[in-house]
Design a protein around this ligand. Sequence first.
Ligand code: 13P
Length: 248
Amino acid sequence: MRRKLVIGNWKMNGSRAANTALLSGIVAGLNDFGADCAVCVPAPYLAQAQAGLTGTVVAWGAQDVSVHASGAYTGEVSAAMLQDFGATYVLCGHSERRAYHQESSELVAQKAVAALAAGLTPVVCFGETLAQREAGQTEEVICAQLQAVLDVIADEDVSKLVLAYEPVWAIGTGKTATPQIAQDAHLFLRTCVAKKHAVAAAGVQILYGGSMKPENAKELMAQPDIDGGLIGGAALKAVDFLGIIQAV
Ligand code: 13P
């Protein structure tokens, strides 16, 4: 039985004051909900997340990681640095990084490798654009994105990945994928993993992301291959984030 996992992706939002309120609101509102929960914060706020969440059931992580271990890479943040601040998760290949920072699937795969080497859990994101969906290319696109990762990850590490299906057309648009569209994509991703790693495929958590809210979370999470959510906008308000966790 796979555990459910809900991760808030704060993206480039927050301030020390706002984060304090958000983190304490999340911690205060959580009870034994039987799912895992985390927030992925901007790198400058990792220490604040660590201070506010240590000793709670909420884990924390980052939104990106360097492929390099250390050295002359101005502006980069290494997996070891994230680990130094107690991070559990790191997002790899969010569509906003692929779109605005030209991250290729091969680079994303190397980021997942770097994260695993430091003992972090990479949350590797996949998703098609609206044009790709309308052209009937969804499976081809997400399969290629996934394959790039499977090509470089050691067999024994496949079960350590978290996958996230985030259709680009559903991110921040209010247009959530229907539960059936999301389930079909999740099952497809799981089947792709299973071709090479049958046991890992059955256990790997696949999160849905894209305009998930308290109102639509329950129906999405009820799908057999949806193991949780990667939440953007709704993760910035404690009441909404908690509402999604409760829907699990
Ligand atoms: P929204 O929930 O704002 O659509 O963002 C989803 C997302 O990109 C999470 O990584």
